[in-house]
Design a protein. Structure first.
Length: 223
């Protein structure tokens, strides 16, 4: 069995990914009276708050000064937190709790590798904090996803080398980050967007530990 499991949060553990985009949409509507096209949802998944805002402003060809940029980031987070007010363990995606339990039984160490500054609070609300031996701090890493830093920090947090870790992601940036960190990447989502994943499941409820382990071992032999 592999020794460590590194998890993204939004869109992997919980269905919070959609809330991020809802908050961005409201922010842009309220401030610039523009509608964000859905393609930006994929492009901002896994990407830090500041990098997401920059991508959105670049797309809309809007320039703002530093003070406005800060204000927009804060306002987006307020909208996002409003959407999180009703978050409960019911927001855990199907199959995830079972997978976390199985991994725990197999003595696999778990670490969180989320770009979100809200991750610790969300894990608490989901009542999942106790499963995780480490939560990588996105503030402490130099570069956000698609750079490997957050996954390297998560693996470091549980003292497991990345090659002995399996990592779960739903975003293009996240899969790139895992692959660069040289951990085994499990994608959850579409084969078009996540073609670079070492193993792919369409939805969390299809995650299968035996299949992940077999595929991981084959990958490891080929290193
Ligand atoms: C990632 C989300 O998990 O966290 C992104 O996929 C989000 O959409 C990023 O921008 C940062 O989150 P937060 O909560 O710090 O704004
Ligand atoms: Mg995600």
């Amino acid at each position: 069995m592999f020794k460590g499991a590194l998890f993204d949060l939004d869109g992997v553990i919980a269905d919070t990914s959609v809330y991020h985009f809802q908050a961005w949409k409201k922010l842009i509507q309220d401030n610039f009276q523009q509608d964000l096209p859905s393609q930006l949802e994929e492009q901002t998944k896994g990407v830090s708050r500041a990098d997401s805002l920059q991508r959105i402003l670049d797309y809309l060809q809007i320039e703002v000064d530093t003070a406005k940029f800060q204000q927009l980031m804060q306002q987006k987070n307020e909208y996002y937190l409003q959407l999180l007010q009703t978050l409960t363990p019911d927001n855990i995606l199907p199959g995830i709790k079972e997978l976390l339990r199985e991994l725990q039984q197999q003595k696999v160490k778990l670490a969180l590798a989320s770009a979100s500054l809200n991750a610790p609070v969300i894990l608490e609300k989901l009542q999942l904090s106790d499963y995780f031996a480490a939560i990588a701090d996105p503030v402490a890493v130099k570069q956000g996803k698609p750079a490997p830093d957050i996954f390297l920090a998560a693996a470091g947090g549980i003292n497991v080398t990345p090659q002995d870790c399996v990592a779960f992601e739903d975003s293009i940036a996240g899969i790139q980050a895992i692959n660069q960190a040289q951990a085994f990447s499990v994608g959850i989502g579409s084969s078009v967007e996540l073609a670079a994943a070492d193993l792919l499941f369409a939805q969390t409820k299809e995650l299968n530990l035996a299949q992940i382990e077999t595929s991981y071992q084959q990958w490891k032999e080929g290193l």
